[in-house]
Design a protein around this ligand. Structure first.
Ligand SMILES: Nc1ncnc2c1ncn2[C@@H]1O[C@H](COP(=O)(O)OP(=O)(O)O)[C@@H](O)[C@H]1O
Ligand SMILES: O=C(OP(=O)(O)O)[C@H](O)COP(=O)(O)O
Length: 404
C-alpha cells in the first residue's frame, strides 16, 4: 500500500489542518543558520493555503526533553516562515494550552499559526503509549485532519508523528512523498560501487543501522563523532573524544561482519585533535592511533578527520556511482574543524551517478560551506530517517500513513 495523499482527505476548504513539519533547524545565538527544512516544507503549506485550509503547524526543535526551554523555541522559525511564504504567520506560546487554543480559534481560511515546540511536552516523546496518546488527543482537539510532512522525524514513534495520525484522518504531505521517490532509487538496485559515509554526533542512534547497511553497500566510510567508537574497537585510545563505550563490542562485530561480506569499512588514518571544544582551541593533526600522544594528552578531543583521511574518502566517493552521506565529518560549525566535511562535500559534487546528502546538520553544513543544492543529486531533510529507510526498516511515521 502506498501513502495516503492529501487528496484522500477530501476538500480542506475551511478545515483546521494540523501540519506536522520537521522545522528542527540549526540555530546559533537565536539565529537560524540554515532554513532548508523551512523551505522544504513550503510546497505542502502553500498547497494547503491555496485550498483555503486553516493551518496549524506543529514541529519539534532540538531535544528539550519534555521541559519548556526557550532556547528551543520555534518563535524564530515562525518569523522565518512568514518571510518565506510572504504572508503573516501567528505564533502560539504553548502547544496545547490557552495560547494555542485561542490562536487556532482565531484562524480564518488560509491563515497560518505555528504552535510552540512539541517537545516542551513530555507526552510527545514518552515511551509510555498512554502518555503519548493522551498528548496526541489534546493535540487532536486543535484540528480536523492531520497532514504529516516531517520526513526527518518519521523514524520516531512519537505522539505527533505516530499516535495523532491514528486519531485524526491523516495523510502524507508533498515533502514526504518527494523524499521517498528519491530514497526508493537508493534501495532498489543502487548502481555499484555504492558508498555510504557516516558521521555526526547522534552516534548511538546511527551505529545501529550499520549492521543492516553492510550487506547493501560496497564501502562504508566512517568519520565524525562515530569514528572514535571504531578506533576504540580496534584497541586505540581516543582521549576525551565522543565515545559510546557500550557499543564497542557491537562495532567489533560489524568489523568482522564486513570482512566476511567483503565490504570495506574505511576508517580514518589521521584526525584533528583539539585542546578543548571551541573555535579558539589549540589543535594538531595526528595519526588515528596516537590521539592521546599529543600535547593535550588524554584531554585531547578529536574534532575532525585529518587531511589524509579526507583525501582517501574523497577518492572513494568520486569513484562511486551511488553515494549516501549522513553526518558531518567534524565540528564544521567551528572553522578549524570544517575541512574534512568540506572535502567530502566537494567530492560528492563530482560523483558521476546519484549523490544524496541527508540530515539536518549535514544539509546545513554543505550550504554553510558554500555549496548549492543543485550540486548534489538530492539533499534530504532526514538523516536518521533516511538511514533507517535505507536499511529497510519499517518506519512508524510512514506505516501509520499507509506505507508498507
Ligand atoms: N568529532 C566530533 N565530535 C563531536 N561532534 C561532532 C564531531 N563530528 C561532527 N560532530 C557534530 O555532529 C553534528 C551533526 O550530527 P547529526 O545530528 O548526527 O547529523 P545530521 O543532522 O546531519 O543527521 C554537528 O553539529 C557536528 O558538529
Ligand atoms: O534532526 C533530525 O534528525 P537528523 O539529525 O537525523 O537529520 C530530526 O529533526 C529528528 O530529530 P531527533 O533525532 O532529535 O528525533
Amino acid at each position: 500500500m502506498t501513502l495516503r495523499t492529501i487528496e484522500s482527505l477530501g476538500s480542506l476548504h475551511g478545515k483546521r489542518v494540523i501540519v506536522r513539519c520537521d522545522l528542527n533547524v540549526p540555530l546559533k545565538d537565536g539565529q537560524i543558520t540554515d532554513d532548508g527544512r523551512v523551505r522544504a516544507s513550503l510546497p505542502t503549506l502553500k498547497a494547503l493555503v491555496e485550498q483555503g485550509a486553516r493551518l496549524v503547524i506543529v514541529s519539534h526543535l532540538g531535544r528539550p526533553d519534555g521541559q519548556v526551554n526557550l532556547k528551543y523555541s520555534l518563535a524564530p522559525v515562525a518569523a522565518r516562515l512568514a518571510e518565506l511564504i510572504g504572508s503573516p504567520v501567528a505564533f502560539a506560546a504553548d502547544t496545547v494550552g490557552e495560547s494555542a487554543q485561542a490562536a487556532v480559534a482565531a484562524l480564518t481560511d488560509g491563515d497560518i499559526v505555528v504552535l510552540e515546540n512539541l517537545r516542551f511536552n513530555a507526552g510527545e516523546t514518552s515511551k509510555v503509549e498512554a502518555e503519548r496518546v493522551a498528548f496526541a488527543t489534546e493535540l487532536s482537539a486543535l484540528g480536523d485532519v492531520l497532514v504529516s510532512d516531517g520526513f526527518g522525524v518519521v523514524h520516531r514513534k512519537q505522539a505527533s508523528v505516530f499516535d495523532l495520525a491514528q486519531i485524526l484522518p491523516s495523510a502524507a504531505g508533498l515533502l514526504i512523498a518527494a523524499e521517498l521517490d528519491v530514497l526508493d532509487r537508493l534501495t532498489e538496485k543502487p548502481e555499484a560501487p555504492y558508498s555510504v559515509i557516516l558521521g555526526g554526533s547522534k552516534v548511538s542512534d546511527k551505529l545501529g543501522v550499520i549492521g543492516h547497511l553492510l550487506p547493501r553497500v560496497n564501502s562504508l566510510l566512517i568519520g565524525g563523532g562515530m569514528l572514535f567508537t571504531f578506533l576504540a574497537a580496534q584497541g586505540h585510545k581516543v582521549g576525551a573524544s565522543l565515545l559510546e563505550v557500550d557499543q564497542i563490542e557491537t562495532v567489533r562485530g560489524y568489523l568482522a561482519e564486513a570482512e566476511r561480506l567483503g565490504v570495506k569499512i574505511v576508517l580514518p588514518t589521521d584526525v584533528v585533535v583539539a585542546s578543548k571544544f571551541g573555535a579558539d582551541a589549540e589543535y594538531v593533526t595526528t595519526a588515528a592511533d596516537q590521539i592521546e600522544n599529543t600535547p593535550f594528552g588524554a584531554a585531547g578531543l578529536g574534532l575532525d578527520i585529518g587531511p589524509d583521511t579526507a583525501a582517501a574518502f574523497a577518492a572513494i566517493i568520486r569513484d562511486s556511482k551511488t553515494v549516501f552521506w549522513n553526518g558531518p565529518m567534524g565540528v564544521f560549525e567551528l572553522a578549524p574543524f570544517a575541512d574534512g566535511t568540506r572535502t567530502v562535500a566537494a567530492a560528492l559534487t563530482e560523483v558521476n551517478g546519484l549523490s544524496v546528502v541527508g540530515g539536518g546538520d549535514s544539509a546545513a553544513a554543505v550550504r554553510i560551506l558554500g555549496f548549492t543544492d543543485d550540486q548534489f543529486g538530492h539533499i534530504s531533510t532526514g538523516g536518521g530517517a533516511s538511514l533507517e529507510f535505507l536499511e529497510g526498516k519499517r518506519l512508524p511515521g510512514l506505516e501509520v500513513l499507509g506505507w508498507q
